[in-house]
Design a binder for this molecule. Structure first.
Ligand SMILES: [Zn+2]
Length: 354
């Protein structure tokens, strides 16, 4: 996964999204063209279950009923909001009356697991031009301009994948269908937003480790069968080189060259950190990274040196809140515990059924 050297924060995606990520990272720096040139809607969507109004910039605001059985199709780009979230719907999206409630529940569950909150605890310089990829150009510019709320974009992603950044989770409408998704991606992408809003980027390995670990833990604790974690506990043959763990500092990277390793190594490392150092460990690392002004962006022109330097700096931060032996402890812990943890996971998830 390539990370743009201009941005300090990254869009992070669910597994298998490398190409899309690369495109999005370009978009973040203003290199990507909008995929749609749709004009601003002149008509309010016809919504039988909601009321609508027109704001100054012509973006149609709708009010959801809160009832899951109320379903309609957005006939134009539109949005809804509550105290914490602004949810944007791309034209053509099927909207369910309880989508805001679902997102709020996921956010509350994540806060409960992590001890973090979604308040604006940081100073983001993120620009919103990327929204023009999904919506009529500039239509939502004035909305949530102080970034005090979380932007949740519900769009038709087609073959692309979901992603997230400081203020935004970009999701497909299918992510709100519990029966097929078990809300896996909602929990995952909103975990990324939660991390960003509570500190700094720690690079893709830690970010994906945090999101995969928290997504799994939170869903299991709410009795949701979190089958997606099976790919990390039981990677396909050749899917993860376990010797990376035993080789300590030599192979520790704040980001790996291939996206799969970011997830696989990250999931194991973050699990180890939480299991060994307790529930505040990630907050401690974030606080230290913030204090020491860790900057996970890198210089594209000198990748090797840049990645090395960032990895060393991240490791120094982790040492300071754990131990100088953290990587050898990780390796020992992995040998001693991983199989049993994977077994425990299977029993838990099996008990919750399909
Ligand atoms: Zn992710």
């Amino acid at each position: 996964m390539r990370i743009n050297n201009i941005k300090k924060t990254y869009q992070l995606c669910v597994i298998g999204c490398m190409l899309f990520c690369m495109a999005m990272l370009g978009g973040c720096a203003g290199k990507i063209k909008p995929i749609s040139d749709a004009n601003s809607p002149t008509n309010q969507p016809e919504i039988s279950t909601t009321e609508s109004e027109t704001t100054e910039n012509s973006a149609a605001k709708i009010t959801l009923s809160g009832k899951p059985d109320d379903i309609f199709v957005a006939e134009a780009d539109c949005y809804t909001e509550n105290d914490e979230i602004v949810m944007y719907f791309q034209k053509g999206i099927t909207i369910k009356g309880d989508m805001l409630e679902i997102a709020n529940k996921v956010m509350n569950d994540l806060c409960e697991t992590t001890g973090f909150n979604f308040n604006k605890n940081y100073d983001s310089d993120e620009k919103y031009e990327f929204m023009d990829m999904y919506f009529a150009s500039g239509i939502f510019t004035e909305i949530n301009s102080d970034k005090s709320k979380i932007n949740i974009l519900v769009v038709n992603l087609g073959d692309a994948v979901e992603w997230a950044s400081d203020n935004n989770a970009i999701l497909d409408q299918s992510d709100f269908d519990y029966d097929t998704s078990f809300y896996a991606t909602l929990y995952h992408e909103l975990s990324h937003v939660l991390q960003f809003r509570n500190g700094v980027s720690l690079g893709s390995m830690m970010a994906e480790g945090f999101a995969t670990y928290i997504e799994n833990k939170t869903r299991l604790s709410h009795n949701i069968p979190a089958w997606t974690a099976a790919q990390y506990y039981f990677p396909a043959s050749g899917g993860f080189d376990e010797t990376l763990i035993s080789r300590g500092k030599e192979t520790f990277r704040y980001m790996f060259d291939d996206i799969d390793t970011n997830y696989q190594y990250g999931f194991r490392f973050v699990t180890f950190l939480y299991e060994t150092y307790g529930e505040d460990i990630y907050a401690d690392i974030l606080a230290e990274a913030k204090k020491s002004k860790f900057d996970a962006s890198y210089n594209e022109n000198d990748m090797e040196a840049s990645v090395k330097e960032n990895s060393q700096q991240l490791l120094k931060i982790i040492y300071s809140v754990t131990s100088k032996n953290v990587l050898s402890d990780f390796s020992q812990w992995y040998d001693d515990n991983w199989e049993a943890l994977a077994q425990k996971y299977m029993e838990q998830v099996n008990a919750l059924g399909q």
